[in-house]
Each structure stands twice: as C-alpha cells, then as structure tokens.
Design a protein around this ligand. Structure first.
Ligand code: AMP
Length: 293
C-alpha cells in the first residue's frame, strides 16, 4: 500500500442509524455532503462520480450495496462481482470520506412492500425487459437518500433511464437532494465501463463494441438524416453485427424521456441495449450535443 493510501481515512459504517448521526454532525459543522450510491466492483466510471462529488461538495459519502430487489434474475444477483478489498483501496485512493456498507437485513425487513407510481417510466425500455427493476431501484435509493440526506447525489449518464426514474421520484416525494449527471466513462476503444464487463469472454468483448459503434453511427447520421432513417440504418447495422442480440435502439427526448419521431429543438438521446452471450449491455449518447467522449 502506498503511503498516500495508508494516510487516507475512510470511515466505514454498516448501520443506518450510526451513519445518519455521524452525518448530522458533519452537516451541523456547515459542510455540504455529496453522495455516490453504487453496487461496488468499482471502476473508473464510479470513481469519476467520487471525483465529481469531491469537486462540488465538502464531504463525500459512497455506498456499496448489491440491492436484491432490483434484480429480476437471481443468477445475476448471485454472480454479481463483490471485490470489496479492491473497492476499499480505490475509495481510499480517491479520498472518499465515508463508505456505507450495509448487509441486506440492515436495509430490508423480511416482509416489505414497495410500490411507487413512476409515470410509466418503469415500464419502457429497461423497465419492459427487466420488470420490477425500477421499483427495486427507487426502493433502495429512497432508503439511502433518507439515511444519508446529502445535498447532492451523483449518478452516471450510463444508466440514463435510472436517472429519469430517480429524478421523477425526487420531484414526486419532494426529497431535498439535487441530482448531478456525470458523463459516461469508456474504455479506450469506446466500450462503456460496467461492472459486468469482466464477464465478457474475449470474443464477446470485441463484439460488444458494436453498441458504441451504433451510437457513434447514429450521432453521425443524425446530422443529415431523419429520425426514422437513423433508426432504420442503425438497426440494420446492429443486425449485421455478429453475436449481438439487440433488445432496443431508440431515440428519445432527453428531458421528457418520450420517444421522438422527428427532430426538435430539444436534446435528443439514443439508447441501446443488447445481449452478447449471457451478458446484457446498455449504452447511450446525446445526438445533438458534442459528447463523443
Ligand atoms: P452501479 O454500481 O452499476 O449501480 O453504478 C453506480 C453508479 O455508477 C450509477 O450512477 C451508474 O450510472 C454509474 N456508472 C456506472 N458505469 C459508469 C460509467 N461507465 N461511467 C459513468 N458512470 C457510471
């Protein structure tokens, strides 16, 4: 361990009440709190959120919790990577102040029901393919927001629909937190970083690039073609890619999160999901913003 890492204090809490009280003291000292919820297996995408929180706020809280209620596939939950020692090292290196690391029974009673109206955002795209997923996401995020009560919470654009769903919940329940959307961090060849990428076999890892390519193609075509033409050409491209089982490629109004059929003076976003072998990959890109990072 480098001396830098050894010197950084990362306080770890497993208990809701304990972290809540600790953060009360931080708040009373006048410090702003930034919160980064994750499921661990931290990569550069997660760490960019910690960095953004460090830039914008005085005190950074990260949570690692593999939330069972948002998994509609039991095998996916069982197999989800949990390299906690590695995660702790990274959090220290990136000077996170506090980690909330609860067990499942700290967050859930055995008999618990959660149902929140989400303006149909939970039934489209990811929600259609993963029924119940966004109910599980909002359930845990509400509990985490209540526990941490941060001024800001940082989320990756990678899970764009998740941000739309959480933003809706925050407005609906009048939760006092400001959401910050951070850019997608990609591998050098363009693949969006994801904790599940480690499960791609070498050949699948190459095939997975088709998603990023489909988005850059959409971005390019969008300058000269209609929405309908872009969708047709990109779907044709995806169909021609070996190993890719496309689930959806759609173009949405980035603010209302409704499908668009013709170009408008609003920010538009292309969203894609596909299966490659046993792994699902999602990605997205704004079409009328220069964001080809
Ligand atoms: P997860 O651990 O998958 O629940 O993700 C935790 C947070 O990290 C979410 O806000 C994600 O959107 C964000 N995130 C995941 N991958 C990336 C990425 N490649 N770039 C930026 N943020 C990401």
């Amino acid at each position: 361990m480098s001396p830098l890492i050894a010197n950084c204090n990362l306080k770890i809490f497993n208990n809701r009440e304990a972290i809540h009280h600790y953060l009360d003291d931080i708040r009373s000292s006048g410090k702003s709190i930034g919160f980064v919820p994750t499921m661990g297996a931290l990569h550069a995408g997660h760490l960019s959120l910690i960095e953004a929180a460090r830039r914008k706020t005085d005190f950074v809280v990260c949570s690692i919790f593999v939330n069972p209620t948002q998994f509609n596939d039991k095998k996916d939950l069982e197999n989800y990577p949990r390299p906690i020692e590695d995660d702790l090292r990274k959090l220290r290196e990136f000077k996170c102040d506090v980690l909330f690391l609860p067990e499942v029974d700290e967050m859930y009673n055995s008999s618990e029901f959660w149902s929140i109206e989400l303006d149909n955002l939970d039934n489209i795209l990811e929600g259609r393919i993963r029924p119940g997923h966004y109910q599980g996401v909002t359930q845990i995020v509400k509990k985490l927001f209540d526990t941490v009560q941060s001024d800001f919470a940082f989320f990756g654009q990678k899970d764009y629909q998740q941000i739309m769903v959480i933003a809706y919940m925050v407005r609906k329940l009048r939760i006092k937190v400001k959401l910050v959307i951070c850019p997608i961090i990609r591998e050098n060849d363009g693949l969006a970083m994801s904790s599940r990428n480690v499960y791609l076999l070498p050949a699948e890892r190459l095939q997975a690039l088709a998603l990023y390519k489909s988005l850059t193609l959409a971005h390019e075509l969008f300058k000269t073609h209609s929405v309908k033409q872009v969708k047709k050409k990109v779907n044709d491209f995806l169909e021609s890619c070996p190993g890719i089982e496309t689930e959806y490629f759609e173009i949405y109004n980035a603010r209302t999160f409704k499908p668009i059929t013709s170009k408008r003076a609003v920010t538009m976003i292309a969203l894609v999901a596909a299966r490659i072998g046993k792994i699902r990959i999602i990605d997205n890109m704004y079409l009328n913003k220069e964001n080809l990072y």
